[in-house]
Design a binder for this molecule. Sequence first.
Ligand code: SF4
Length: 338
Amino acid sequence: MSSIDDVNKSKMNENFSEINKNKLSLPLLGVSACLLGKEVRFDGGHKKNSFILSSLSSYINFESVCPEMEAGFGMPRPAMQLRQRGEEVRLVFSKNPENDVTDQLINYSSSKVNKLEHLDGFIFKKDSPSCGAFRVPLVIHEEGFKNRQGVGLFAKTFIDQYPLIPVEDEGRLNDAAICENFFERVYAYRRWKKISNANENVKGLIDFHARHKLMLMARGSHFYQELGRLVAGTTTKDLFQKREKYILRFMQIMKITTHRGRQVNVLQHIMGYLKQAISSEDKQELLSVFEAYRQRQLPLITPVTLLRHHLRVHPQNYISEQHYLEPFPEQLALRSAL
Ligand code: SF4
């Protein structure tokens, strides 16, 4: 007969394997190691990011990378900066710019990035001459004048090699619209990889396009039509070429951050599928919630939740197949900003 301990143990094992199974199915993001609290900065410190570690860590897996440590610069090490030299951008020590370490970091980056194809996205440390993905300080004059047109050398190598993989920097994730957009792209890219890994056929491409219709319309209905023309008439002969073109353009379009007017158009479009099923009071309520969202009195999650409630009561196949109402897990608590 099994003891209570045995039963508890076996329950714990079940729970652990359930958690591990769930963890395995989560997106995997590359993250600059210092953002995960690792003490790898030039001065031995870290730049722990609580949003990444607290809000995301239950729903996202991370793979940490510190290019400067892994390239062999050691720690502590001199602070570095990007410097424009003629046509080239070089990585140098900030206090002794004659120490040029560009080749060491580029050599490491080229070989490391080759091993990162499996990632679903990357969150980079802002402003870093190695990791920064946007608007990194770039010294353009011997006296130290800077602009913000630099891109960290490791981040640039990654972005150039994987134009489809979504990237953001931790600073920009403080902006709710940018953050939502990033995770929409991460999950859309993951869905794409799933169908690419499966036995892909023309139907898979058409299906992917159809299920993202409302997400594309939230960026502009012409984008849905543009990609529709690309998909139309695809045969098994030109499937590979069409797919490559499709996903490149799809991911470019997905980078566009949508605005409230466009979102309201999509919400009204969804409500159209319910018009025979719900009462006029319910319709009025939906319309006033849409308007309050448009006026920035409510976050997007409010009309979305209300629509989901009506759709649970009155299911509509076409809408339930769309990714728009749940582009990422609800628990990420995005779409909640005013
Ligand atoms: S910004 Fe990048 S290179 Fe610098 S410490 Fe963080 S992970 Fe390492």
